[in-house]
Design a protein around this ligand. Sequence first.
Ligand SMILES: Nc1ncnc2c1ncn2[C@@H]1O[C@H](COP(=O)(O)OP(=O)(O)OP(=O)(O)O)[C@@H](O)[C@H]1O
Ligand SMILES: [Mg+2]
Length: 257
Amino acid sequence: MASADTILRLEALSKSFGGLQAVRDLSFDVNAGTITSLIGGNGAGKTTAFNLITGNLVPDSGHIYLRDARVDGLPPHKVARAGIARGFQELRLFNRLSARDNVEAAIPNLRGESIIRALIGGRELMDERNAADARANALLDDLTIASQADSLAERLSYGQQKLLSLGRLLAAEGELLLLDEPTSGLSPGMVDDFCTRMRRLTGNGKTILLIEHNVDIVMRLSDWVVVMHQGTKIAEGRPEEVRNNVTVMHTYLGITS
Ligand SMILES: Nc1ncnc2c1ncn2[C@@H]1O[C@H](COP(=O)(O)OP(=O)(O)OP(=O)(O)O)[C@@H](O)[C@H]1O
Ligand SMILES: [Mg+2]
């Protein structure tokens, strides 16, 4: 079971696709209020690990605990309700919806809205809608894309779409945020902004598990780093410890000396 400040625990997780072991005997903890980075080369098993955590995949063996509750085997909507919000490697926006509607669609209460209730309508539903509008507007404002609230998602620049997808993640109100390559394709200025935002989020009580290819960002932002290679964990530690690990340098960072 998890210790007091452990929010997420992976215990000996394994997942195969046919003959390929994508994740092999993977164990690590994520401490509450920290930024933990999951790194490794292409095909190392990082996204598969995320899919196991979020219930999009069921592990062949092993367990996942969110605080003291087992979440492996739960369907994704129950994992989300338990407090894990996830961003995708690809943006997964609703291109033909406005930026505001994209964020609103990620707000939990509205997602559960029944057709009957929508037909009956009434004051309660109006209040909920107004609250969702206000929440979406506040998120877009904070992400500096309020001026695009009524624009179709597909009209936004790539950087704005990345911010919008972060807005959808934040709208889900998880305690633990899983981000899969959130900085890919961002300009250096936007990367700085992103790092500031991540720190602000942990300052506000969120915990972040990040898949990140950019070594500079990993070193700058992480409290803890887990290194995967061919489905297994080959190292973990504070950023400076991992950087100094010779195996990591060879297998992941590609540095030979
Ligand atoms: N649904 C699937 N069916 C079959 N094989 C899969 C499936 N998902 C992932 N794989 C394979 O599992 C391995 C791990 O993939 P995964 O996507 O987890 O890697 P990754 O570390 O996220 O890589 P990248 O950095 O390229 O995103 C790869 O060999 C991949 O081809
Ligand atoms: Mg991936």
